[in-house]
Write a protein that binds this ligand. Sequence first.
Ligand code: LLP
Length: 447
Amino acid sequence: MAAPAPALDPGNDPSFAELLAQRPHLSRHAHDGLVMEDVPLARIAEVVGSPTWVYSAGTLRRRARALRTALADAGLTATVHFATKANDNLAVLALLGHEGLGADVVSEGELRGARAAGIPASAIVFSGVGKSEREIRLALAEGIMQINAESIEEIAMISEIAAGMGRTAPVAIRVNPDVDAKTHAKITTGLSENKFGVAYDDALALYARMAALPGIRPIGIATHIGSQITVGMGAYRAAYARLAELVRAIRAQGLPIERIDCGGGLGIAYRDEIAPAPAALAGAIKAELGALGLPVMLEPGRWIAGPAGVLLSRVILQKQGAARRFVVLDAAMNDLLRPAMYDPWHGILPVAPAALVAPTAPADVVGPVCESSDCFARDRALPDLPPGALVALLDAGAYGATMSSTYNARPLAAEVLVDGARFAVVRDRQSYEALHTGQRLPDWLTG
Ligand code: LLP
């Protein structure tokens, strides 16, 4: 298991200016305060209310292009499949689809979302440790590009369903390379103790068995070792080296193999992490897998969408506790769950122009939900934030809205896409009526 992250020294936190310098889509205007692309965040809050997720279209495009370019520059034949679990807003998916990205999905809901956003099934890969019969059926009926199978049990199930439908399922085997990605224990997936993939030592025999089954076209192998990987390319290289060895063994048995799925996991700098550049990942793939001459696939989520989004929230009140100042926001852990789950550091910027340059003092930034883990930041240097002040929680474009819930009967927040000087609501704020849609009283309670 990865060790828990050591406590961070607030004295080393990046300043507001440093946070802004690393996020080109955000800037401070003397009059409008914090601006995303050309839209003042205060204007969005005024029109749409808060809390609201706000995404930068320019950043999504820039990052999608940067990844594709890095892979092409390394001389790789590669396709990029956005992990829709990171952000499944249809507008975001459509935008990324226009950039030539496919999708990586893990459920019927995600498959439907990607298709509704215009991503063709021929560019969609279906991952996940447990796919239901219904999901496999739908994927095959749609003409999915690839199913990543994670066990012999699942492969047998796919074979039976496909054969019954008179179809051929394009299947890759997800291999667990038993490599430590050195990330948070809750998002490590490539260790033998994790539930993901088939054991490396069993993979070859399984591939051979799969090739002999009806209704299956053996497409290749896949891996995904974890998420928010920041410490160099060592873990990736180790995993890809094992994949290369496996491809050679597969070929030595005369079995067909068409491509390699290299997974996602590329980390971003939330605070001061050294986030690897796409060129480094492309280089690692080229170095370990390039000689095989096979096309590769990538399934990034966070790297593309994370930095592109903020959670815009309004201060309800500031309260002076016995030992510390609490800034209570109208956003909470039901909106952005990451802090409660992984103790990450998310930058927080005030939106008002004066607040961005005002003197600061430590504060805990919390939400109104009745849990101590409903805390976005501890000991954060922030200016006075009176009731009504706006703040932006940074790098919330991935695993933000997709992980939110209605806990404490709090409606799901609205989502907005900013593109240059224009912005659009791309998801309405959930209404209070909708909160209880589908619930009903049994007749023995109504009489
Ligand atoms: N492919 C597979 C099979 C995955 O399981 C994942 C993420 C990805 C691709 C995309 O990984 P990314 O490039 O985004 O790192 N909720 C957590 C992250 C969970 C990631 C799960 N799998 C968080 O908020 O940090």
